[in-house]
Design a protein around this ligand. Structure first.
Ligand code: HEM
Ligand code: HEM
Length: 243
């Protein structure tokens, strides 16, 4: 079991790191030939940073378009963020002070994370036009995250795991050696699904996380009159024809 999980996590980590690096590079070099920020849009670079921050932290455009999705979606994402921050302690010998401070919040965030996921799942089933456009992967993604959260809650409140042993296992794992895996059913379910999450991440809709930063409708400055917009490849073509 120890060898299995160590190998599985090395593999999953390699997939997500290399996969994301590849995808981000691809997004980076894809030209945006048109000036298409959704207006009203900021007219300065600082304004764009502010707009992106609002988009990522409070999901501004989702808020404007649909309050129900916003409530559940935002609740899920913010809780996920807290939960993941709380998880840093499994990978640190001496957790940073703020990781210690957020521990209790992270614990309750598991509930709001799961409630958010259930809300999003119900929406996919109940709202006819959302059901119509939902693919199996949309449901599976929510189910996978739900069971990660659910197994986490089980470990918290029903069948406790040896946290120190988990920490020792992952600290050894980070040093490329195989420690003793504290075998327990909820932990096996939790970590198997987490490995699945890491593996599917670079091939799935979860790419919206890095992708949002590359969205031209959000990241462009609204200054077409002040500065001519020209994609890099077009500029190169122009230079070549001049040359
Ligand atoms: C920069 C970070 C992220 C931002 C700004 C972001 C934002 C969003 C937004 C705006 C939606 C649309 C909600 C909707 O219309 O259904 C969404 C959906 C979703 N996000 Fe994220 N997200 C981020 C990271 C993540 C991560 C790290 C995960 C999971 C590991 C995740 C999982 C999901 C899932 C599963 C959905 C689909 C919900 C549904 O089925 O309706 N997101 N995200
Ligand atoms: C290698 C990565 C991970 C390890 C080693 C790990 C381990 C654990 C452990 C040992 C617990 C029980 C905590 C306790 O009893 O106090 C837990 C709880 C939990 N985990 Fe994970 N987990 C990992 C990744 C994730 C990911 C990626 C998510 C979310 C997508 C997640 C979501 C949760 C939730 C919601 C809980 C319950 C609340 C909490 O204790 O924070 N875990 N995890």
């Amino acid at each position: 079991m120890s060898t299995f999980f160590a190998l599985l996590f090395w593999f999953a980590t390699a997939v997500i790191v290399l996969g994301l690096a590849f995808k981000i590079r691809q997004y980076w070099v894809t030209p945006a030939p048109l000036k298409i920020p959704t207006t009203p849009a900021p007219t300065t670079q600082a304004g764009v940073v502010y707009r992106m921050a609002k988009e990522v932290i409070v999901f501004e455009s989702l808020f404007k378009s649909n309050k129900w999705i916003w409530i559940f979606g935002w609740m899920f994402h913010m809780s996920l963020f807290l939960v993941l921050a709380r998880h840093l302690r499994y990978f640190q010998d001496q957790p940073w002070f703020w990781v210690n401070i957020i521990q209790p919040f992270g614990k309750y965030a598991a509930f709001t994370m799961v409630i958010g996921l259930v809300g999003l799942f119900v929406r996919r089933i109940v709202v006819a036009r959302v059901r119509y456009i939902s693919a199996p992967s949309d449901y599976l993604m929510l189910i996978m995250l739900f069971f990660i959260g659910f197994s986490g809650l089980i470990m918290n409140y029903v069948s406790h795991v040896d946290i120190i042993a988990v920490k020792e296992f992952f600290n050894a794992w980070m040093g490329f050696s195989i420690g003793d895996f504290p075998v327990s059913v909820p932990l096996i379910v939790h970590l198997s699904l987490v490995a699945l999450l890491l593996i599917v991440f670079p091939f799935s809709k979860l790419l919206h996380a890095p992708g949002v930063f590359f969205s031209p409708t959000r990241n462009q400055v609204d200054n077409p009159r002040e500065k001519r917009h020209i994609a890099k490849w077009a500029a190169e073509l122009e230079n070549n024809s001049k040359g």
